[in-house]
Write a protein that binds this ligand. Structure first.
Ligand code: ZN
Length: 252
């Protein structure tokens, strides 16, 4: 029951963040004007703006101009719905609020990074505010957060430095370090190190697959935020079920 209610709330949150993903990189207000089709500019009435359902009913096309609507819209709504549903049915209420909002921010950061290879500082700051509130309200421990920040910034920074020394290329961007900072504060040092391992592995696999299909291009940018976010959220969820595994890793 809790899952269904917060799944629905999460899809509406996702609908709002779709607007953020579209407008933030364009420096447009995320509040005004009302939602409109990017192609024909017709505003979308509330009854045609129901998350996921409107997309299905309209077969993924604008009701006016029939232009295809990006799969981003239902995908972001569905991902947010699942994350919110999971958080509120699995975590204590105060933690569920901060975790679900934080995850929505992470999903938006990833989506923007995968499209324009940039991590907006505005969203990092909102994420940092959520972390600070979590610490103030005792959802996160300050010690773990500080150690996590060290892990989340030091290791990617080290990799960036080594990449630059060897290839004279930047590799990751400073946005990835900022993302590492808020992820580390959220996850603590152990989960953050696991996240970095998994994200690097997934990024490497993706790079190999893309190179196989599109040919090797050393200048092709690879957004790292989607891999970091996917790894962080997956590891956070798994850690909630298998504390024994994490305990074991800490003991070792
Ligand atoms: Zn249209």
């Amino acid at each position: 029951m809790e899952f269904s209610i917060f799944f629905i709330i999460g899809t509406f949150v996702g609908s709002f963040f779709n607007v953020v993903i579209y407008r933030l990189p364009r420096d447009e207000s995320v509040i005004r004007p009302r939602s409109h089709c990017p192609n024909c500019k017709n505003s979308i009435p509330f009854y045609r703006n129901i998350p996921i359902i409107s997309f299905i009913i309209q077969l993924g096309k604008c009701a006016h101009c029939k232009k295809r609507i990006s799969i981003q819209y239902p995908a972001v709504e569905l991902i947010n719905g699942l994350l919110w549903g999971w958080a509120f049915s699995s975590l204590p209420f105060s933690e569920a609020i901060t975790v679900s909002l934080f995850c929505s921010i992470l999903v938006s950061i990833s989506w923007i990074d995968s499209r324009i290879y940039m991590i907006p500082l505005d969203l990092i700051i909102v994420g940092a505010i959520i972390i600070i509130l979590s610490i103030i309200f005792g959802v996160l421990s300050l010690d773990q957060a500080l150690l996590g920040i060290v892990a989340g910034v030091f290791f990617p920074g080290l990799m960036m430095g080594l990449t630059w020394l060897v290839t004279r290329r930047q590799g990751m961007g400073f946005g990835d370090l900022q993302l590492g900072l808020i992820l580390g504060a959220w996850l603590g040092p152990i989960l953050m190190i696991l996240t970095l391992f998994l994200a690097s592995l997934l990024g490497l696999i993706a790079w190999i697959l893309i190179s196989i299909f599109k040919g090797i291009d050393r200048n092709r940018p690879l957004p790292f935020a989607p891999y970091l976010t996917f790894s962080a959220i997956s590891i956070f969820i798994v850690s909630n079920y298998s504390t024994t595994l994490i305990d074991h890793l800490i003991m070792v």
